[in-house]
Design a protein around this ligand. Structure first.
Ligand SMILES: O=C[C@H](O)COP(=O)(O)O
Length: 258
């Protein structure tokens, strides 16, 4: 089995303007040490309007924090008002881009076909997708969380070759746990994250599946992160609300101390 470096990513959603973004990243940079970066990869996903400020800070101070966007257009360029292309994000030296977050699926009608096109667009432009998947409460109550989530994985990875898919990050985010304070139990997280790894092995190979990082997301906090990270198929967290508090996010990065 390949050792997977945990990825702790803060998804700021529609919070923090570009000035607040600078102050926030400075706080993270001040607190995080080489010891932290040796153990964990740390990333932030600010709103589009913050990315240039974050890039300037990260470049200027040679920070080890990675960053990325919360969405990307499936198109390369042209008459797509309001869209941001992968090339634009690469130009800003983004590493990651979240694709198919449940809020994009819920409020912007993003389905498997769109997520698949966005995954392909991300790879085309040299970005690493953080593909977000996960079931809503009705599906969970019916006990169909694994089948539902695996169908999302299948759809988003359709015709994506192994040499690209091996670098993907998949974030399992049960929708009922997002922003609700109702975190999945470690066993719930492991059940679905393990099934995702199993599906990657079927779609590609066990070797590829063992390389892919699978995050859990949904009400992650410093108080619950250690138990979730102790699960064998959980390789990081996609953190929403708690990532807006720099001190709390640093504690999450230091999950081994909690
Ligand atoms: O992308 C992050 C997730 O939506 C989790 O958000 P949350 O930590 O506020 O529950």
């Amino acid at each position: 089995m390949t050792a997977r470096t945990p990825l702790m990513a803060g998804n700021w959603k529609m919070n923090l303007n570009h000035l607040e973004a600078i102050a926030h990243v400075q706080k993270l940079a001040f607190a995080l040490t080489d010891k932290d970066y040796d153990a964990v990869e740390v990333a932030v996903l600010p709103p589009f309007t913050d990315l240039r400020s974050v890039q300037t800070l990260v470049d200027g101070d040679k920070l080890k924090i990675k960053y990325g966007a919360q969405d990307v257009s499936a198109q390369d360029s042209g008459a797509y008002t309001g869209e941001i292309s992968g090339a634009m994000l690469t130009k800003l030296k983004c590493t990651y881009v979240a694709i198919g977050h449940s809020e994009r699926r819920q409020y912007h009608g993003e389905n498997e076909e769109i997520c698949n096109a966005k995954v392909k667009a991300a790879y085309k432009h040299g970005l690493t997708p953080i593909l977000c998947v996960g079931e809503g409460l009705d599906v969970r109550k019916a006990g169909n969380q694994v089948a539902h989530t695996l169908a999302q994985v299948d759809g988003a990875l359709k015709d994506v070759p192994a040499e690209q898919a091996e670098s993907i990050v998949i974030a399992y985010e049960p929708v009922w746990a997002i922003g609700t304070g109702e975190v999945a139990t470690p066993e719930d997280a492991q059940e679905v994250c393990g099934a995702i790894r199993g599906r990657l092995a079927e779609l590609y190979s066990q070797e590829l599946a063992d390389k892919v990082r699978i995050q859990y997301g949904g009400s992650v906090k410093s108080g619950n992160v250690a138990a979730i990270m102790a699960q064998p198929d959980v390789d990081g967290a996609l953190v929403g609300g708690a990532a807006l508090d720099a001190e709390e996010f640093v504690k999450i990065v230091r999950f081994r101390d909690q």
